[in-house]
Write a protein that binds this ligand. Sequence first.
Ligand code: PEP
Ligand code: MG
Length: 587
Amino acid sequence: MQKSYRGVPVSPGFAQGVSQVYRPYAPALREVVLGPGQVADELKRFRQALHAAERELHTLHTQVKRDLGPDFADFIEVQLTLLHDEEVVKNTEAFIREALRNAEFAYSQTVKSMSEPVAKSDVPLFRERMLDIVDVSNRVMRHLLGDDSRSLLEVAPGTVVFAHDLPPSEAALLDPRRVVGLVLEAGGKTSHTAIMAKAKEIPAVMGAGMICDAVTDGLRVLVDGFRGVAIINPTKSRLHAYDDEIERRRVFRESLSALATTQPVTVDGRTIDLSANIEFIAEAKAAKRYGARGVGLFRTEYMYLAKRRQPTEEEQFLVYAEVARMFKPYPVIIRTFDLGGDKVLAGYSEANPFLGLRAIRLTLNRLDLFGDQLRAILRASAFGNVKVMFPMVSTIEELRRAKLEVERAKGVLKARGVEFDPDFEVGVMVETPSAAIMADRLARECSFLSIGSNDLTQYTLAVDRGNEHVAKLFDHLHPAVLYLIKKTIDAAHQQGIWVGMCGEFASDLLGMLVLLGMGVDEMSVSPGMIPEAKGIIRNIDGGVAAEIAAQALKLGTALEVQRLLRREMDRRFPHLAGFQFEENKGK
Ligand code: PEP
Ligand code: MG
């Protein structure tokens, strides 16, 4: 019988395949009491298992580094560090010697007692770390037990992987030539696994309830990564409908592939700077392939999260400079660390993290962190067209203080004799209502504005963007959000600076129509959306789009806006009908 499950769409695309449920490794553990004469052998066995796991992780590291880039490989490097955690090793060995127990029992008890406080933490980053700890200990345990259970690397082509959650090291192993779709019970848009799926262009749905209870291996499944739906045992008519949609999309994308080398110019001759949002170098490469004119948002905090520590100035410089070189002469806009909120620093927690020490507030509070990053960005500006922008600005003082830090960083580099772009530009992300309302005044003190509609929606509507219980209320087409977007665009133009949109609004086909009508200068979208965006830009007249946007601005509800835009889209882009046009029914 067909069954549909709704979750959060985290990686766009459709997939049809055969299910494979990935269950956490549950080793059969035996507690063995050792005689004093057996201790030395047991200690040796433990060390050998650690070394075998280490060799495996090194191979994995090389593979991931080669296929996905060094920044992705950092996820594996963290595991190598955890593998050699002195305390874990020391305590396990003490357990073997003093409690006279076998290595697997001693090791599992030690890991359990040390990881429990981490698992109970409210802080998401701590829980992510827990996944790393469990993952690395399972690897050691497999060697201790001589267990050669299959890894995700070995799944058959055409597999849709179902799991409660996936540790980052396993997610890093997902091979898009074999894994066509991913459905997780846990996770959300900001989880590492979501980021990996998106970067590998594997359609994915997360937060899909208790779906693993309903699936067994070998079932036919459909994954709709646009709408966040997984369908088990789809009916023939459902399969046909999706086949049609997939085919239409394939033909459409093929027709768009010809656009990769064309310019994003509207029918009435306006060029839109169509750029990409990236987190990792691999996405920058994909964006380039799709014909992005630069990077409109480089979410740098993932470098911090992958390393689970503050990256050094040099480490950051190497990554920023590589991306800058790749896109030269087009701009690469580096957003300073947006840590806090749901992307927290280890050991830090607060009652309302989204209203707390997040983004610019955090970096202004941690000038060591900020200074390292600003110097790395400035140094990269000598190798391409690099700009910086600050997230979550809510006061003009924040912008002024951040600009002072940019000047301070320039001073340090000058003293060191290091080059940077003398015309280096500073921009502000407009993602709080106060920034949108004060956009004219912010615009007087910076070179560009970039609207972050994800947070602007969250803060304007007072809806947590990651909370499934209020997901229905999270709608960036809400008239209040449209009003603030329009106000920001007009304010920037009145002050003579350019304005872009780097929130998901720009990756939404309906949103694109509104933005073009409001006169936005730049749209930064997820790399996979670049062909569609170009198709829309090249086929719309600015005047027509302006009329549609003006009508949308007069409406009273998000649903009315959605219906209007949908009608216009269906009329003007019939070949796109059905893509991303679900009404917002929440989760
Ligand atoms: C946004 O808030 O719209 C944005 C682009 O930033 P992020 O999604 O990284 O918070
Ligand atoms: Mg944001």
